[in-house]
Design a binder for this molecule. Sequence first.
Ligand code: THU
Length: 165
Amino acid sequence: MEPFSFTISGIAYQLHELPAADRTLLDAAKAMTANAYAPYSQFHVGAALRLANGKVVEGSNQENAAYPSGLCAERVAIFAASSQYPGMTVEAMAIAVSTKKFDVIEPLSPCGSCRQVLMEYRHRQQSPMRIMLSGTGDTVWVFEDVSALLPFAFNADGLKNRDKA
Ligand code: THU
């Protein structure tokens, strides 16, 4: 018997310390929070991603009276990107949250389903996908690669029979 663990490591920046390209993407994500359709949670999430062809694709959370039919901002953005530019590498994604109900000072993690979906594209593109997370405060958490956010992830390799000779 032997204990084992997974760790998550990133870098905490203050807004003014962010490299210019990251700041531009984060500003786009923050602006996107205004486009959320979130009458039920009043929790506004914006996502902006930059593709290898330089295009920026954005999304915001879209809710529904039948609650599970809604979709998170991250998936709205990455599904739109994959639809418009199929197979194009996602270099970076910025995610911003806000609500009028209280201050979301610290960054929040994308939900498990979104992290799983981001990892699908990460696995497909075989290159890092930089992630920036921010609330309404000055702190921005940066992860060099989305895989840091989902250790021990399931991916398409798990569907293959690796025991076969
Ligand atoms: N939400 C996102 O857009 N992204 C996440 O990663 C977590 C949650 C949305 C879904 C729902 O519209 C609202 O935030 C409250 O859960």
